[in-house]
Write a protein that binds this ligand. Structure first.
Ligand code: NAD
Length: 294
């Protein structure tokens, strides 16, 4: 059997097009232009690439994009003052502080300072708590993307056995909550889990988010399972360049899985598209408009 490849590029582009249509509609009907502010501290090259891509895609969707680049040695008080200003700015509906932050800054305090209504990364404790309680919340973008990709294969996840490998606040934990909301039966595994291959082999849905290159092998996967690979790892090549690989041994998994996301071209494509969804939703909620249908 050769697994069906879940094309994140196509699914993300389709989602961005639907967001752009809704943005045009709220602009026309309510004179509302959703606005996203992205704050980058320092000059980490990977973060710069992400921020540039967010800026481009936000503008392409017809939203307003505000970018703030602060020096690595910026004072915590200065960053907090900027967040306070963005919280009060009526043109800004989403605020994203690019992580990781330099060690001199207190990440938790920075996240807590963002107005939960504008927390489009879904990392504020109010949103994390609301999601865990099963209430409406702004949810982290990568897990949202994982659910959309899975539903492109299985429109209903009800009763399916899922395993989430990784328990970070950014990916693993919120993904578990979103899967529960979809009525899946969820196992959450992490670095201390025992006999991970065996746990994994029971799952109809495998989410690999451990940050360990090619950790999930073919004999971990139940034949026909759907495999969503969140990992982004750079492996050094002989010529001094690097190659992107996921947390799943892709070529092995292809022979066993029913469907699988590639790296690159899978989950990574969905994250920014879901950020646009969250910004649109936040803008409508702040204005008291119904949740847009995207
Ligand atoms: P993290 O380091 O914060 O968390 C990793 C989690 O994996 C931890 O909970 C840890 O317990 C678990 N883990 C580590 N080693 C393990 C092992 N051997 N067995 C089982 N569990 C293990 O990482 P993160 O921020 O959650 O990111 C995870 C991966 O997803 C990384 O590769 C990251 O680059 C990638 N990522 C991709 C996107 C995207 O848009 N595609 C977004 C965020 C993160």
């Amino acid at each position: 059997m050769t697994a069906r490849i879940i094309d994140g590029k196509v699914i993300a582009s389709d989602l961005r097009a639907r967001v752009a249509d809704e943005v045009a509609r709220v602009k026309r009907e309510y004179d509302l232009i959703p606005g996203l502010a992205v704050v980058l501290v320092g000059s980490d090259p990977a973060s710069q690439v992400y921020v540039r891509s967010k800026h481009k895609q936000t503008q392409a969707a017809g939203m307003a994009s505000f970018e703030f680049v602060l020096p690595t040695d910026v004072a915590q008080s200065e960053l907090l003052a900027l967040i306070g200003k963005l919280n009060r700015d009526p043109a800004v509906h989403g605020i994203l502080v690019q992580l990781p932050l330099p060690k001199s800054l207190h990440t938790e305090a920075i996240i807590n300072a963002i107005d939960p209504a504008k927390d489009v990364d879904g990392l504020h404790p109010n949103n994390a708590g609301r999601l865990a309680g099963g209430f409406a919340a702004l949810s982290p973008c990568t897990p949202l993307g994982c659910i959309i990709l899975t539903r492109s294969v299985h429109p209903s996840l009800e009763g399916m056995n899922a395993i989430v490998i990784g328990r970070s606040n950014l990916v693993g934990r919120p993904l578990v909550q979103l899967l529960l909301n979809q009525n899946a039966t969820v196992t959450i595994a992490h670095s201390r889990s025992r006999d991970l291959p065996k746990l994994c082999a029971r799952a109809d849905l495998v989410y690999a988010a451990a940050g360990k290159p090619q950790m999930v092998r073919d004999d971990w996967i139940k034949p026909g399972a759907t495999v969503i690979d969140v990992g982004i790892n750079r492996l050094p090549e002989k010529d001094g360049k690097t190659r992107l690989v996921g947390d799943v041994a892709f070529s092995e998994a292809l022979d066993v899985a029913g469907a699988i996301t590639p790296v690159p071209g899978g989950v990574g494509q969905m994250t920014v598209a879901c950020l646009l969804v969250n910004t649109l939703r936040a803008a409508c909620a702040i204005r008291g408009l119904p949740t847009p249908a995207v």
